[in-house]
Design a protein around this ligand. Structure first.
Ligand SMILES: *Cc1c(COP(=O)(O)O)cnc(C)c1O
Length: 374
């Protein structure tokens, strides 16, 4: 590896908080302080007792409020994050055949998962090139339509919607979108995520917001007699979630931090506040890239550009990897492009916890580094 150029960014340009990674992402220091302040009363106590169950309930209720969920929706929780939930969905949610929109690393992984599942028919996988997004196609053989609200690897946003004229259920991977992008519960049946991105929590947990049709599907697949590994059983996850518990021991810190971020965002004004904050940062960041001689947004269609994860291409005159290394040496971390895309690119998160002034400072720091490098 070549040496990182020795460039010191002037202190007055630096952001107050240098975490711009797309997951795990910035956890608010206030939340960490409050967690530490629980001292002997929370961490290290039983997840089956009221102390912890009350925090789980506050997290679940906070989600209901934040997303203005209809009363008949469930906040199903379980261990293992979004990736494990894909396996659980392949066992306990897809009847026979899924349709996947595949336009980046995460959406393609779920498609790989259901393709490999021996008990399911091969899915219908609709792909597009990286940096764009494909369209769903209603098809009578499909009982679950699956796509990400935000493809975190490429920074492409996909609106939450149902394919016209389709009867299947719609399951949206909102891992990097939930908390920062608007959606309407009428437009999908399950909206699932892990909380280490917009929700400024930590990894290891999944939350699957589910309407009655989704719950009915979980129950009917279970009743069909299909073998479902106990740890992947969504019916069991549902039963436990209703009791503010998980099937097996969860990471208590993840639950605490997620509860904290949810209540904080609700106090600020909920989803509308968070989404507007992401919109403003996206406008600033993409505007900066468009005006820059050596940079441009990777996603060419402005309507498809994510407002939670921005991907910025750089001219070959400057190495994006080197920019990221110099930023990191100056305490600004997580700006590297997604490796597998193989582009001369930075990927910058715009998650709600990140202060708008810090996004401005980030662009000024990149300008400074680029100025020193070329
Ligand atoms: C990060 C991410 C995942 C994976 O989440 P894990 O909690 O690591 O399993 C899945 N989908 C999307 C869209 C993501 O951004």
């Amino acid at each position: 590896m070549s040496e990182t150029p020795n460039i010191t960014i002037p202190a007055d340009l630096l952001p107050a908080d240098g975490r711009f990674g797309s997951g795990p992402s910035k956890v608010r220091v206030e939340a960490l302080d409050d967690l530490a302040a629980t001292g002997t009363s929370f961490m290290g106590t039983s997840h089956r007792k009221p102390t912890v169950k009350n925090i789980v309930a506050r997290m679940q209720d906070g989600m209901r409020e934040f997303f203005s969920l209809p009363d008949d929706w469930e906040v199903i929780i379980g261990n293992g994050g979004a990736t494990l939930l894909w396996d659980a969905l392949s066992f306990g949610f897809i009847n026979d055949r899924a349709q996947h929109l595949s336009f980046g690393e995460f959406s393609s992984k779920f498609a790989t998962c259901t393709t490999a599942a021996p008990h399911l028919s091969d899915p219908m996988v609709i792909e597009s090139e990286m940096g764009a997004r494909p369209e769903m196609v209603a098809d009578a053989s499909i009982d679950v339509y699956a796509y990400p609200h935000n493809e975190t690897s490429t920074g492409v946003f996909m609106p939450v919607q149902r394919p016209e004229g389709a009867s299947g259920l719609v399951a949206v991977d909102a891992t990097s979108a939930a908390g920062g992008l608007r959606w309407d519960p009428a437009d999908c049946d399950m909206y699932y995520f892990a909380p280490q991105k917009c929700f400024a929590g930590d990894g290891g947990l999944f939350l699957a917001l589910s309407n009655p049709a989704a719950v009915e599907r979980i129950e009917s697949v279970k009743a069909s007699g299909r073998w479902i590994p106990a740890g992947l059983d969504l019916g069991t996850a549902l039963d436990n979630s209703r009791k503010n518990q998980t099937y097996n021991t969860p990471a208590l810190a993840t639950i605490y931090l997620t509860m904290h971020a949810t209540e904080w965002m609700n106090e600020q004004g909920g989803l509308e506040w968070a989404a507007a904050r992401c919109d403003a940062k996206a406008a600033q960041l993409y505007g900066w890239a468009e005006a820059h001689e050596l940079a441009e947004p990777f996603v060419t269609n402005p309507d498809h550009r994510s407002h939670v994860v921005a991907t910025i291409d750089f001219d070959e005159a400057v190495s994006a990897d080197t920019i990221a290394e110099v930023l990191s040496a100056n305490g600004i971390v997580g700006t590297d492009g997604y490796r597998k895309l193989g582009r001369n690119q930075l990927r910058l998160s715009l998650f709600p916890a990140i202060d708008p002034e810090d996004t401005v400072a980030l662009t000024q720091c990149i300008d400074y580094v680029v100025g020193e490098l070329v």
